[in-house]
Structure formats: structure tokens, C-alpha cells
Design a binder for this molecule. Structure first.
Ligand code: PLP
Length: 406
């Protein structure tokens, strides 16, 4: 008889967004005349840049003619896109990356989820708490997380507490602490909107090099950085020997629907002499048939001067929303984090409400939907996430409604 991967049965179930949806549906059924403003989802709302649309149209037309038709492409990405990533994305940061260190994919979710394939099944993993749930769930699926505890933690995962006290930036494990082999870091952070300084990131890089650990650096939100902060872990000396970086076109250029991302594995990154770039190359060439030609042409388009101008305008639009939320709530005397170099605003719930009690209050009394912080891990209890990806009108209205309520 066939047997299943039992690790899947240990997963607690992804109740967060379905719970939110259920409560919103019940509310709208009971209050059909009340308008709802959704500042909970992490999806973008602005359309794709005109330059991207033009590139997509051109690529579609190429597919209609035998001479320019493209079938299977290179599994690791077309050179026209990898070269642009090298020249423009990393070039502007003064970071040297070779084209064959870049692996183009259908997004950062797949890559952050799949990267565990090339590491030992019993590796010790560290994640932040609160955390983007994909890191934890994918390790649980491969059996690396152990067993789920009633505390909301997995018994084999090493949690790095992120709190108001440490500015939501995890501290380096102390001398007696277990040494994680794989360390997930994400800055600017989802859900807290926290950023990391070059000095703090250097400490993580030094720690990883001292212990032979590998850092998985998720830079999905780097485009939202406006202050002098690292956009890439490869701006940090020594990172090429200990880090893998994940990037996404989703929030940078609104590609959440059309799907595109890339992962960078420097050739210096080795474990016992084995080059991880070669392992991931082997993994991707076997299990992945490449991002679509159309999408890669669309991705290439964001690196033209016009493309850069257009995506910057959209990012500025969301940044302005983030400022509206952040400053609106700060003016009410609330404890508010993120929203400065990030599209996420993380707030301490007023009156010490639990994350879900605050969710219900906001939904029922103000018609505003956010995300309970407890859904991102036990350390998120008592916090709440709002996103800047709505329209500016709705964002203003949501803040006005919250102000009226409190
Ligand atoms: N990484 C983080 C931290 C995210 O928040 C998200 C999406 O919300 C992703 C990765 C997924 O990116 P992509 O759309 O490229 O799969």
C-alpha cells in the first residue's frame, strides 16, 4: 500500500487567511451595507508598468511566428535577464555577481520553500518569530521541523525572538545556545516591517562563517528601502562564503500574478568542498523547467531606464500609503513599527487586546481588515499587521475610521 509523507499530517493547517476570510464573509453577510477596507493581504493592487505590458505584448507576438517562437528555455533563466540583474539590480549596489550565480525562478516563495532540498534532512534550522510562514511549513514538510507543539512552535526549529526590545532584529545565539546550520533572515521584514543595519547583518555573516552555517536571505522587499540600509546581503563582506539570497519581482514590480523571482548562490559557498551553486543548478535543472519566456521578457523590461522610472512611481505610491498608516497611528499615540523602509506596518494592539480580539473589533466597528500578528508565530501575539498595498483613498479612509473608533 502506498504511504504518505507523514510530515504533512503534522502540519497544524494554515488557518490564518481562511479564518480571516470566514470572519469577513460572516460580517458582510450580516452587514451587507457596510463597506470593508482590506489592509490585510500582502498582494499588490496597482497595474503593471506600461513598459512591462509592452514587453509582454511583444513577447506574445514573437510566439506567433515560427522564426521567433520560443519553446523550452534554459532552466536557470535566459541570459538577457540574468545579465540585466547583474548589471542593474546588483550593479547599482556595487555588488559583483556572475550571471551563472543567478537562478531565475517563478518567485521567491518556491525558492525559499525548495532550497532545503539541497541540505541534510536533519539540519538544524533557525527562523525569526514572528515569521513568514513558508520557511517553517516547508521545513516541517521535509521532516526537519520535528513535531508541532501546543505553544505554536516546532520542537526541532530554533526560534529567534523578535520583539520591541530588540527592534524586531534577532540576536546572535549566545555561546551556550545551539548552533543553527540554516538561518532564515528577511529584511525588510514580513510581517514586522523591520530592517537590519549593515553592522547587525555583518554580525550574522561573521557568525555564519565562524560556525559553517548558511544564511538564507530573503530580500523580497528591498525595493522599499529608502534609508542607508543594505539592499542585499552581498553588500556585506564575507557573505559570498555563507549566504544565499532570494529576490522577487512581486512587490518590486507588481508581478504577484505573472510570477518571477531569482536566487543568487555565489560559487564561493561550499560545504566540505561541495559547491552549493552546482547542487542548486542540478536541483533546478531536474525539477524546474524555467520561468516562462514572456515573464522573463517582462522582467527584463523593468531594468530599462523607463521601466525603472515606472516601477519607482508605483513603489512611491505604496510608500506614501505606508507613511499615511504609520503617521496616522503614531499620532494616536500607538506603538507602531515598520512602514518606513517596508510596505508592512506592525502595531502593538491598543488596550492590550489579543491579536484576534483587535481583528474582530476593527472589522466589526470600523470595517477594516488587517492580519492578526499571532498568525505569524507566538511572538506576534498582541500585534497586528497592516499593509500599504491598498489604494491611497482606502488607506486614508481606513485610518480615519480607526481614529474615530479609538
Ligand atoms: N518572501 C516573503 C518574505 C514574502 O512576504 C513573500 C510574499 O508575500 C514572498 C517571499 C513571496 O514572493 P513571490 O511572490 O516572489 O513568490
Amino acid at each position: 500500500m502506498a504511504r504518505i509523507n507523514d510530515n504533512y499530517t503534522k502540519l497544524p493547517g494554515s488557518y490564518l487567511f481562511s479564518d480571516i476570510a470566514k470572519r469577513v464573509t460572516a460580517f458582510t453577510a450580516a452587514n451587507p451595507d457596510r463597506s470593508i477596507i482590506r489592509l490585510g493581504i500582502g498582494d499588490v493592487t496597482r497595474p503593471l508598468a506600461p513598459t512591462v505590458i509592452e514587453a509582454l505584448h511583444t513577447a506574445v507576438d514573437e510566439q506567433a511566428v515560427a522564426a521567433t517562437f520560443r519553446g523550452y528555455g534554459p532552466e536557470l533563466g535566459y541570459d538577457f535577464l540574468r545579465q540585466k540583474i547583474v548589471d542593474v539590480h546588483y550593479g547599482r549596489l556595487g555588488v559583483k555577481i556572475a550571471t551563472d550565480e543567478i537562478f531565475v525562478s517563478d518567485g521567491a516563495k518556491s525558492d525559499t520553500g525548495n532550497i532545503g532540498d539541497i541540505f541534510a534532512a536533519d539540519s538544524v534550522v533557525a527562523v525569526c518569530d514572528p515569521v513568514y510562514p513558508v520557511y517553517v511549513d516547508t521545513n516541517a514538510m521535509s521532516g526537519r521541523a520535528g513535531n508541532y507543539q501546543s505553544s505554536g512552535h516546532w520542537d526541532r526549529v530554533h526560534y529567534l525572538n523578535c520583539s520591541q526590545e530588540n527592534g524586531f532584529v534577532p540576536e546572535i545565539p549566545g555561546p551556550g545556545d545551539p548552533v543553527p546550520e540554516l538561518i532564515y533572515l528577511c529584511f525588510p521584514n514580513n510581517p514586522t516591517g523591520a530592517t537590519i543595519s549593515a553592522i547587525d547583518l555583518k554580525e550574522w555573516v561573521d557568525y555564519a562563517r565562524r560556525h559553517g552555517s548558511v544564511i538564507f536571505y530573503d530580500a523580497a522587499y528591498e525595493a522599499f528601502i529608502t534609508e542607508d540600509l543594505p539592499h542585499s546581503i552581498f553588500e556585506i563582506e564575507g557573505a559570498r562564503e555563507c549566504a544565499i539570497e532570494f529576490c522577487s519581482f512581486s512587490k518590486t514590480a507588481g508581478f504577484t500574478g505573472i510570477r518571477l523571482g531569482f536566487t543568487v548562490i555565489p560559487k564561493e559557498l561550499k560545504i566540505n568542498g561541495v559547491v552549493l551553486n552546482s547542487l542548486w543548478n542540478r536541483r533546478q535543472s531536474t525539477k524546474f523547467n524555467g520561468a516562462s519566456y514572456l515573464t522573463q521578457r517582462a522582467g527584463e523590461a523593468i531594468y530599462s531606464e523607463q521601466g525603472q522610472r515606472e516601477i519607482r512611481e508605483t513603489i512611491a505610491y505604496y510608500q506614501n500609503n505606508a507613511t499615511i498608516i504609520r503617521e496616522g497611528l503614531l499620532a494616536m499615540g500607538w506603538s507602531v513599527f515598520g512602514g518606513k523602509n517596508a510596505p508592512y506596518i506592525w502595531l502593538k494592539t491598543p488596550q492590550n487586546l489579543s491579536s484576534w480580539d483587535f481583528f474582530d473589533l476593527l472589522l466589526n466597528k470600523a470595517g477594516v481588515v488587517g492580519t492578526p500578528g499571532s498568525g505569524f508565530g507566538p511572538a506576534g501575539e498582541g500585534y497586528f499587521r497592516l499593509t500599504a498595498f491598498g489604494s491611497t483613498d482606502n488607506t486614508n479612509m481606513a485610518i480615519e475610521r480607526i481614529r474615530t473608533l479609538f
